[in-house]
Write a protein that binds this ligand. Structure first.
Ligand SMILES: [Zn+2]
Length: 103
């Protein structure tokens, strides 16, 4: 999974500066819109079919590129555990719900 140079660091609301050059980030998750599921499967299938004449290494690169182009990743801040979620114009920060019992 690749990140662009402009995304190397993000500052959390708690002040923690998170270095995104660590791949994967501890606790990082990857997601893509469920509505895109069929299209992602179609692209993966196309990558697999195209790989018959390619080396295995190139198939893995195609699958990786397909997934990276289809989704995004969120991760917890190591300082405050807020979930940091990428959006179109930057990041949104979510504090985890402590629930009615305050757990
Ligand atoms: Zn934080």
């Amino acid at each position: 999974m690749a990140r662009t140079a402009s995304e190397v660091k993000v500052e959390c609301l708690c002040g923690a500066l998170i270095d995104l050059s660590q791949v994967p980030m501890p606790g990082e998750h990857f997601f893509f819109p469920t509505a895109d599921w069929d299209e992602v499967i179609r692209r993966l299938g196309a990558a697999f079919m195209a790989s018959e004449k390619e080396e295995h290494r190139r198939l893995k690169a195609r699958i990786s590129d397909t997934l990276a182009g289809a989704g995004d990743a969120f991760f917890p801040c190591p300082g405050c555990q807020r979930l940091i979620v990428p959006v179109e114009d930057g990041y949104e920060f979510y504090r985890r719900d402590e629930g009615p019992a305050g757990r």
